[in-house]
Design a binder for this molecule. Structure first.
Ligand SMILES: *[C@@H]1O[C@H](CO)[C@@H](O)[C@H](O)[C@H]1NC(C)=O
Ligand SMILES: *[C@@H]1O[C@H](CO)[C@@H](O)[C@H](O)[C@H]1NC(C)=O
Length: 353
């Protein structure tokens, strides 16, 4: 019996304890609806997950604010202003020198800012990106003189540019026009150039107001050279150095591939330009002056006897003979400090029929 009564006592005490706890709970619950300090701690304690979520959310917001401000910073000042329309660095007519002792190392040292044949102004954004294409074979000394004069010349014009030397491998007859097509196609693999300058290796510009930029129409840059008394060789002449935009050159299907040996290919390009109802523009004669570094015509570049016959058919052939039919094999691309050497096998002339 004694055991039974003591158990009853414990249960009764338990009931009291239970009631007490219940009261405390009710008080605590009421307290959660008021905004006092201790309530907050109850809230936080009661829903720790919500607290974490809120904190996580806040962090996300902070992060997106940071991203935004970084983006703003990227878009803001660092974009350089476009280079002025008239470069302040131009000097006009230049006294050209052709030192027999000049070396490539010397020219490299003087043009330390040119990297792998490419340069862009450091303090402004160039108005055009220009690829200079120089067809080449066995004219190392001419190339050296041209690089020596051309690099500082282009830098004074504040251009973004690259110099490509398109080297014809093998001993087939020289084909200037096809090499220029190859140069155009290969240069576009490096960068989306605005403008292409088709440049003979033996012509050095004398006046840096002769801008190596493209115009709304195809541009011919050689009005005169010392070897012709600074007169245009003939009306319609479009050889030596010319400038066309990517669109202009594409529109005429580039140069013909079928002119092997010296002559005719530049007239073919002029006819293509005329067929597309474009005009050829030239800078003033006092500016468009060149020095032709003297040389004998090399073996492997004999006069092309077929050129007159080919020129009569240009209006029929241009659509199928050009960029769209230019087949070649790149043997190597070597990025030297001052130029990109694209060595290419362009095949052989087709047998005359
Ligand atoms: C043109 O100038 C170059 C360099 O001075 C010289 O080698 C060449 O003989 C000149 N040509 C003529 C025809 O005067
Ligand atoms: C271009 O590269 C070819 C192949 O390596 C070489 O034979 C030729 O001399 C190079 N030409 C120039 C101008 O660097």
């Amino acid at each position: 019996m004694a055991v039974f009564s003591s158990m009853l006592k414990i249960i009764r005490k338990g009931k009291c304890l239970f009631l007490l706890l219940l009261c405390l709970c009710v008080v605590a619950w009421i307290a959660t609806f008021s905004n006092d300090g201790p309530v907050k701690s109850v809230q936080e304690g009661s829903s720790p997950l919500d607290g974490q979520h809120a904190e996580g959310f806040h962090r996300l917001e902070l992060e997106s604010e940071m991203v935004q401000s970084i983006e703003e910073r990227v878009e803001e000042p660092p974009t350089k202003e476009s280079c002025p329309e008239n470069s302040p660095l131009l000097r006009g007519s230049l006294k050209l020198t052709f030192e027999p002792s000049l070396t490539l190392e010397q020219v490299e040292i003087e043009n330390a800012e040119v990297v792998e044949g490419q340069y862009k102004p450091s303090d402004c954004t160039a108005r055009q990106s220009v690829a200079i294409l120089i067809p080449h074979r066995n004219r190392e000394k001419h190339l050296l003189y041209l690089l020596y004069h051309l690099h500082p010349f282009l830098q004074r014009q504040q251009l973004h540019y690259a110099v490509y030397v398109i080297h014809q491998a093998g001993d087939a007859t020289f084909n200037r026009a096809k090499l220029l097509n190859v140069g155009y196609l290969e240069a576009l693999k490096d960068y989306n150039w605005d403008c292409f300058i088709f440049h003979d290796v033996d012509l050095v510009p004398e006046n840096d107001h002769n801008l190596y930029m493209c115009a709304k129409q195809p541009k011919h840059l050689v009005v005169g050279r010392n070897s012709t008394g600074y007169k245009l060789r003939y009306k319609g002449y479009f050889g030596g150095v010319s400038a066309m935009t990517k669109d202009q050159f594409h529109k005429v299907n580039g140069f013909p591939n079928s002119y092997w040996g010296w002559g005719g290919e530049d007239d073919d390009l002029r006819i293509r330009v005329q067929l597309q109802k474009m005009a050829i523009v030239r800078p003033p004669p006092e500016v468009a002056r060149y020095t032709m570094v003297f040389h004998n015509r090399d073996s492997g570049n004999q006069v092309n006897k077929d050129r007159m016959q080919l020129l009569r058919r240009t209006h029929q052939t241009w659509k199928n003979d050009g960029l769209n039919s230019c087949s070649y094999k790149v043997m190597s691309v070597h990025r030297a400090p001052l130029y990109i050497n694209v060595t290419v096998d362009i095949g052989q002339p087709e047998q005359a029929h």
